[in-house]
Design a binder for this molecule. Structure first.
Ligand code: UD1
Ligand code: CA
Length: 454
């Protein structure tokens, strides 16, 4: 097979976004529009993947560094044909060039593959629309062969009735494409070098023109305004939700879930409303996620229950844990099986072994906690001395009384008990009770101060 180049057009201004940010960097499902296109492009293993950028200066190449093989500036922007031309010096004639668009984010690899099946032809992705207004129309002869694409602004009344439209996505032999682009003229309604004019050139040269259609209309929807961006976001979220439902995941309301990345689920997973999943998240068998939880780059093992309003970020959670409501697991948290983390408990860069519990109002940072430990309400690890972070180690079966401060570096021995309200600054022995608070005393006959008479 010929080698493949992918050119992604992303130079447009995006005037209707009313934003200083280039249009293609606005996010859909948590990632720039053009980021989606680049991910699909990378699945096709192209030799060259080139983003043609323009408006917004270096913002586009900076934001996408490493995701494309090349970035070329199109300045000024003289049309889609002119845009493609900017990338041509990077490409070998003996290859196939596929053209995608930075503002058409949801194109899928399965739809693109058929465009590569006739490498010596010009291959167009077209679509039949009830309301074709605004699109270039596919003009066919009486035998049904494509003869040209005509832009709406240049079309006759009769041509405007054609419902087969140009999605803009196409694949062509690179050598031929180069010749056609060099011959483009801008004598049309918009004074632009139209990429679409290559179709009539191919036909005149006897090069066959093939067409294919996308599997879903949403794959070729473009974004020109915040309204279209919001609409496409909802549409894509619904596609992803339907995919989960088809796998057997229970979604209390498939219209109220947001997946910004990749969510994988085991069997009998249940997700309540308003949850957001970011990056790569795995929920294993029978995991239940309560309403309005946010889970980012984390894996939750089987049988665990995340109660509502929990935030879990770069964490690993074991089997049969109970997390939340209102729990916060920060990066570097690793919970073993059957751990309980309750309301207003924050855990960062800490490992907690099986069956330990921190059920109320705690901060556990830079800690190693053993098994079956009970961390009382209000316990704080003081891990930061103002300059450096230090570790707290708590042995198996320790019992930390409520409102304890563990001033790190410090180790609580196995089976140790810490009396409530203690400030622990030195290591505590195994199996003993340690406490650091002053003894309770009563001052007999003590009187509250009184206001002085004026
Ligand atoms: C284009 C097609 C039209 C098709 C429609 C599908 C042409 C001439 N027309 O029209 O047949 O139905 O897309 O949406 O190709 N761009 C650049 N540099 C430029 C001009 C455009 O990078 O100089 C990029 C834009 O950022 C955008 C894409 O190319 O991503 C399409 O440009 P746009 O002006 O929106 O094309 P349309 O007029 O919609
Ligand atoms: Ca245009």
């Amino acid at each position: 097979m010929n080698s493949l180049n992918i050119i992604i057009l992303a130079a447009g201004k995006g005037t209707r976004m009313h934003s200083d940010k280039p249009k293609v960097l606005h996010a859909l499902a948590g990632r720039p529009l053009v980021g989606h296109v680049l991910e699909t492009a990378s699945m096709m293993s192209p030799g060259v993947s080139c983003v043609v950028y323009g408006h917004g200066g270096e913002q586009v190449p900076l934001a996408l560094a490493g995701l494309a093989s090349d970035f070329v500036l199109q300045e000024p922007q003289l049309g889609t044909g002119h845009a493609v031309q900017q990338a041509m010096p990077l490409l070998d004639d003996d290859s196939t060039t596929l053209i995608l668009y930075g503002d058409v984010p949801l194109i899928q690899a399965a739809t693109l593959h058929p465009l590569l099946m006739h490498p010596s032809a010009l291959n167009l992705l077209t679509l039949h629309l009830e309301h074709p207004t605004g699109y270039g129309r596919i003009v066919r002869d009486d035998d049904g062969h494509v003869v040209a694409i005509v832009e709406e602004k240049d079309a006759t009344t009769e041509q405007r009735r054609i419902r087969e439209v140009n999605t803009g996505i196409l694949a062509a032999p690179t050598g031929l494409l180069r010749g056609w682009l060099n011959a483009l003229k801008n004598n049309n309604a918009q004074g632009e070098y139209y990429l679409t004019d290559i179709v009539a050139m191919a036909v005149a040269q006897g090069v066959s023109v093939h067409t294919a259609q996308p599997a879903h209309e949403w794959e070729v929807l473009g974004v020109n305004s915040k309204q279209q961006l919001a609409d496409l976001e909802r549409l894509w979220q619904r596609v992803q939700a339907n995919h989960l439902l088809a796998q057997g995941v229970t979604l209390v309301d498939p219209g109220r879930i947001d997946i910004r990345g990749k969510l994988t689920c085991g069997r009998d997973v249940e997700i309540d409303i308003g949850c957001i999943f970011e990056g790569n998240v795995h929920l294993d068998h029978r995991v239940r996620v309560g309403a309005y939880s946010v889970i980012r780059e984390s894996s939750i093992n089987s049988g665990t229950h995340i109660a509502p309003f929990s935030l879990i970020d770069h964490a690993e959670v074991g089997n049969d844990c109970v997390i939340g409501p209102y729990a916060r697991l920060r990066p570097g948290t690793k919970l073993h099986n059957e751990v309980h983390v309750g309301n207003f408990v924050e855990i960062k860069n800490s490992e907690i072994a099986a069956q330990s519990k921190a059920n109320h109002l705690s901060y556990i940072g830079d800690s190693t906690v053993g098994s079956r430990v009970n961390i009382g309400a209000g316990t704080i690890t003081c891990n930061y001395d103002g300059a450096n972070k230090h570790r707290t180690v708590i042995g198996d079966d320790a019992f930390i009384g409520s409102d304890t401060q563990l001033v790190a570096p410090v180790t609580v021995g196995r089976g140790a008990t810490i009396g409530a309200g203690s400030t622990i600054t030195r290591d505590t022995p195994e199996h003993e009770l340690t406490l650091s608070r002053s003894k309770q005393l009563t001052i007999a006959g003590w009187q509250r101060p009184k206001k002085k008479p004026r």
